[in-house]
Design a binder for this molecule. Structure first.
Ligand code: AQP
Length: 345
């Protein structure tokens, strides 16, 4: 059972995906399909760490799957499935609840942000979320995890969990035939590109997010051309012209965000975008940005809607992917149980 390069990542079906999800993570997912064995998941068990309407959850799970495929994930190349169909995630998540330390979880900034002031009322699942995320990755002994910048801390925790498991059970791991004492790899975050943290269109200091109450804060992958143009036109800017060099972004988060989005969508370096638009007012730049955004996002939205007309086909793809995922995770879980000392039949 050798560790081989393998990619794992996922998104929550908590609403429709947005440009941040696409540019921060999915662009790398699509790219890595050609070079790696890839497993991409719709993480429905993570979604229910906050209340989800059951009917809407099912629909959102299919929507996110359709958006994955519409954006360029190929279910014949990559494994696509929803998390709850593969029980290894929850089983390993429990074992990791017993490996991770409270002190580690207490440092997680995402929990603090999401739980807000009313922390006592947050679900236990929301608190333990990073342990389940570590299980998602390590149930496949995945080595690379393409994510946006906001997931860096959770990835570090997954690495700590892998290391502590290897240390705690070192003798058993060696006895099971892993001479170097390493059962779980240290998963590497893949956080690259000009838009690893896409910010809200209404506030350049807040990340673009599905759960922001203002729909004007984000471009959804299902928005039509008119909506995209309207949101970009209304995007917050400042009265200064676009800077000619990146140093000019200092204290101007909205300007930096819009230029970063343009660069990522047009697949051009930021310096080239600044060379073309530096010194100009935002009105002209916003028209150009709307054009490039409509072109990319519009196509994804159209294809998502077409795929959503056949939900049974989406369910078939998820079931097929789940079968392939189970085939990888099941022997890993068997070894984990042997290592930990759990009797299995
Ligand atoms: N604004 C962003 N910029 C770059 N990457 C982002 N990601 C999310 N927002 C941005 C990346 O998208 C992937 C999937 O995220 P998720 O669905 O697991 O949930 P999230 O990170 O919590 O995303 P949201 O949109 O902010 O959802 P809500 O509002 O429900 O919490 C991850 O790789 C993430 O880094």
């Amino acid at each position: 059972m050798k560790i081989t390069p393998r990619v794992f990542s996922g998104m929550q079906p908590t609403g429709s995906l947005h440009l941040g999800n696409y540019l921060g993570a999915m662009v790398n997912w699509i790219r890595m399909q050609d070079t790696h064995e890839c497993i991409y998941c719709v993480v429905d068990l993570h979604a229910i760490t906050v209340w989800q309407d059951p009917v809407e959850l099912r629909d959102a799970t299919r929507q996110v799957t359709a958006a994955y495929i519409a954006a360029g994930l190929d279910p014949a190349k990559s494994i696509l499935f929803n998390q709850s169909q593969v029980s290894a995630h929850a089983e390993l998540g429990w074992i990791f609840n017993c490996v991770a330390r409270l002190g580690w979880l207490n440092r997680m900034t995402q929990f603090k942000e999401k739980a807000g002031k009313d922390r006592e009322q947050a679900s236990v699942g929301l608190y333990a979320y990073p342990n389940l995320m570590a299980a998602d990755i390590l149930a496949y002994r995945a080595t690379h995890v393409p994510v946006g910048d906001d997931q860096k801390q959770h990835l570090e925790l997954a690495r700590d969990i892998a290391q502590k498991f290897n240390n705690d059970f070192r003798d058993r791991i060696v006895a099971e035939g892993f001479a170097d004492g390493i059962f779980f790899p240290q998963p590497e975050p893949v956080i690259t590109g000009p838009a690893t943290r896409v910010m809200s269109l209404r506030d350049g200091t807040k990340k673009m997010s599905k759960s922001d109450p203002s729909d004007l804060s984000r471009i959804n992958l299902t928005d039509d051309a008119d909506t995209i143009a309207k949101k970009i036109q209304k995007a917050k800017t400042d009265p200064e012209p676009i800077p000619a060099e990146a140093e000019g972004f200092k204290g101007r988060p909205e300007a930096e965000n819009l230029v970063g989005i343009y660069a990522a969508l047009a697949d051009e370096p930021v310096a080239k975008v600044l060379a073309a638009f530096g010194g100009q007012q935002f009105s002209g730049f916003k028209k150009a940005l709307a054009e490039v955004a409509t072109d990319k996002v519009g196509r994804i939205g159209d294809e998502t809607r077409r795929l959503m007309q056949d939900p049974a086909e989406i369910d078939r793809i998820l079931a097929g992917g789940a079968g392939r995922a189970r085939a990888i995770a099941a022997p890993v879980m068997e070894k984990v149980k042997d290592i930990v000392g759990l009797i299995r039949s």
